[in-house]
Design a protein around this ligand. Structure first.
Ligand code: FAD
Length: 463
């Protein structure tokens, strides 16, 4: 149940080097795990006993058109590189994750979503073209009408190497968003709040206290955010620069951000995290409820980048993340049941975040018309077995409700769950494509070997 292990490493800095490496690996019968910034939780970018190709230094911005907002970059360019390129000209990436570190290759391979997934879909919906390298050495330019386009986006790096991504950025008129905080007391209020705001807002996200039970289960703090239009305050306009978006180096102007994980470390046990979640709920209720304020795009989106080395809070054994996606009508009941399961196991999530989603057209998508709950769980030698068992129990609850899962946030999924949650025709199509594009199975991460390949095996041979 360990995640990752020893591997060879290569770090190409150009597309030519990447092509040479893939050709060499194929000739040597080596298996290859592609890796971007390694931000996926779990084993998605691990290649135990294989060659890991780190794509992060193949990262040139190839073209930027400030009048149309079209950006073309190599796969190793990050979300940070994208917003830094666009912001001064009034453009922001259409979809960003909770950290700006992911590469475009990693973002496309997982088809990442943002806090606006319910409004604009995942990143794949904003990709205008992909340049890919197939394992046989062929390079191709794919536009959305190409039969491979919707499969390679969401393919976990298992069908082809992404070399370049062309992305449509979105117009912004200000360097800040207007944010409204809404404190909710339970699941009823939480879902009522999402119902109220998921039509005409730009971003919507909730932190939820997974320790709270009974009548308080589902309490939390919702953040609703709007883009500014029209009469923009001069200070907000002035923040449309890279410097204007930088996260402050100190918390409250005093505590260096680099120290924050050390301040949190004494709370890294269930009791401490119960206290932190309780304090967050009450500070949200007393200080943020129904308050509107301006916040830079960077501060709103990249909260965890405020706490460098936040993962050290989970030292020495680390954490896993688990994200379930549940259809709209079932989500409230399922999330309540999931929190109850976690409390029964004595393993409530230390950090739980809810988002709203919509369906999309990508082959191995996690998107559906519903809600997701992403949860962090600390791993210890003492809880490891029970934690995995608990995740499997949660998976069965999610599955019975027609739920889905997200490979970027997974360390525990079982092949039978993978085989059950995707429509069979999607898995068969993926299997067919893989047998055509990579018949020797050169591309294979640990995640693929653990959860996807055995699920494909269960389907039988492609027609
Ligand atoms: C703090 C934090 C917050 C996050 N918030 C969100 C969020 O809000 N929404 C969300 O959707 N995700 C979120 N994530 C997850 C993250 O966005 C995804 O895991 C993303 O895929 C990471 O990109 P990466 O470059 O680090 O890729 P890696 O994690 O290194 O790899 C991810 C996948 O991409 C493949 N890959 C990498 N490069 C290429 C390439 N050039 N060609 C083909 N395949 C390739 C790998 O094989 C692997 O399957 C978050 C992660 C963290 C750590």
């Amino acid at each position: 149940m360990a995640v990752g292990g020893p591997a060879g490493l290569a770090t190409p800095t150009s597309q030519e080097q990447m092509a040479a490496l893939i050709a060499w690996a194929r000739a040597q019968n080596l298996r290859v795990a592609l890796r971007g910034s390694g931000c996926s939780y779990g084993d998605a970018a691990c290649g135990t006993g294989k060659l890991v190709i780190d794509c992060s230094l193949m990262n040139r911005i190839v073209a930027w058109d400030k009048t149309t907002g079209r950006l073309r970059a190599e796969a190793g360019a990050t979300i940070a590189d994208c917003w830094r390129t666009g912001i001064g000209d009034g453009w922001w990436p259409p979809v960003v994750s909770g950290t700006m570190a992911p590469t475009l290759g990693g973002a496309v391979a997982m088809n990442i979503h943002g806090k606006n997934a319910y409004a604009v879909g995942p990143i794949g919906d904003h990709v205008k073209a992909l340049k890919v390298l197939y394992v046989d050495g062929t390079v191709a330019e794919l536009t959305p009408d190409h039969p491979h386009f919707q499969a390679i986006i969401s393919s976990l790096g298992e069908l082809a190497v992404v070399l370049e991504v062309e992305l449509q950025l979105k117009r912004i008129e200000a360097g800040e968003l207007e944010v409204l905080g809404v404190s909710v007391q339970n699941f009823d209020e939480l879902f009522a709040c999402f119902d109220q705001y998921d039509h005409d807002t730009d971003y919507l996200v909730a932190w939820v206290d997974a320790f709270a039970g009974g009548k308080s289960a589902g309490r939390g703090l919702v953040h609703v955010a709007y883009q500014l239009h029209g009469n923009i305050p001069p200070a907000s306009k002035a923040k449309m620069t890279v410097a204007g978006q930088q996260l402050p180096p100190r918390l409250f102007g005093i505590i260096p951000k680099a120290w924050m994980w050390m301040l949190l470390k004494p709370f890294s046990h269930n009791l401490g995290m119960r206290l932190i979640n309780w304090a967050k709920h009450w500070s949200g209720r007393l200080l943020e409820h129904n308050k509107r304020y301006l916040q830079t795009h960077g501060a709103f989106h990249f909260l965890l980048d405020y706490v460098p080395n936040w993962k050290f809070v989970y030292k020495p054994h680390g954490l896993i993340q688990h994200q379930i996606f549940i259809p709209k009508d079932r989500a409230k009941a399922v999330f309540a049941q999931v929190f109850a399961i976690e409390q029964r196991y004595g393993l409530p999530s230390w950090l739980a975040v809810m988002k709203r989603h919509k369906p999309d057209r990508f082959l191995l998508t996690h998107g559906l018309d519903g809600y997701s709950m992403a949860q962090d769980f600390a791993v210890t030698p003492g809880n490891r077995e029970r934690l995995w068992q608990m995740c499997h129990e949660i998976d069965q609850v999610a599955l019975a409700a027609g739920g889905r899962f997200y490979f970027a946030k997974d360390a525990t999924l079982e092949p039978k769950t993978v085989a059950a949650f995707f429509p069979r025709e999607n898995l068969l199509k993926f299997k067919q494509l893989r047998s055509e594009l990579d018949p020797a199975g050169v591309l294979a991460t640990d995640l693929y070997d653990r959860a996807v390949a055995p699920a494909l095996e269960q389907l039988g041979a492609p027609q």
